[in-house]
Design a protein around this ligand. Structure first.
Ligand code: FE
Length: 170
């Protein structure tokens, strides 16, 4: 009798406690991993354009095919418009046809944080800058090899740094 009591009540309770604890710890670790740069909204408004503030700080989305870098094929790096952290490389950019700059992998895995986003009645994965917590876009599972991922990123969250080559160094 006590064995059944243990298996049906105590054990599930104990396991759910461990699960919740682990989730909380993961959340805390994630929160401490992001937002190395912390600024007030007023400070961000001084440092960003209206469009950058709308995307990075208010989780906005630019119109499809309207962003500056959607069709950009120049070699170089894409850094965060909020903090200049390296996010993506042109070597991992591809044309997904979605209307937003698309990458199959970040330049540095640790520079981007993925987070569950259940807004708009959909379950999606949000991509955030690990350094300033700025919203970049979303990650989907319909990308090309080798990762199968599509980082669907707003141009307004990025600044492009053209690769320095003998032809474009001035
Ligand atoms: Fe950033």
């Amino acid at each position: 009798m006590s064995n059944i009591f243990y298996r049906t009540l105590i054990l599930p309770l104990y396991l759910s406690f461990i699960q919740i604890n682990l989730l909380a710890q993961t959340g805390e670790a994630m929160n401490s991993a992001i937002k190395k740069i912390v600024k007030s909204d007023e400070e961000w408004k001084c440092d960003l354009t209206k469009e950058e503030f709308y995307i990075l700080r208010e989780k906005g989305t630019e119109r499809a095919f309207a962003g500056e870098y959607n069709k950009n094929k120049e070699p170089g790096n894409y850094v965060c418009a909020g903090c200049s952290s390296l996010l993506f490389s042109s070597e991992k950019k591809y044309d997904s046809g979605s209307g937003w700059p698309s990458f199959w992998e970040p330049a540095e895995e640790t520079n981007i944080i993925s987070k569950l986003d259940s807004s708009l009645g959909r379950i999606r994965t949000e991509a955030l800058c690990a350094n300033c917590g700025g919203h970049l876009g979303h990650v989907f599972n319909d990308g090309p090899d080798p990762t199968g991922l599509r980082y669907c990123i707003n141009s307004g969250a990025l600044h492009f740094q053209k690769e320095k080559s003998p032809d474009n160094i001035k």
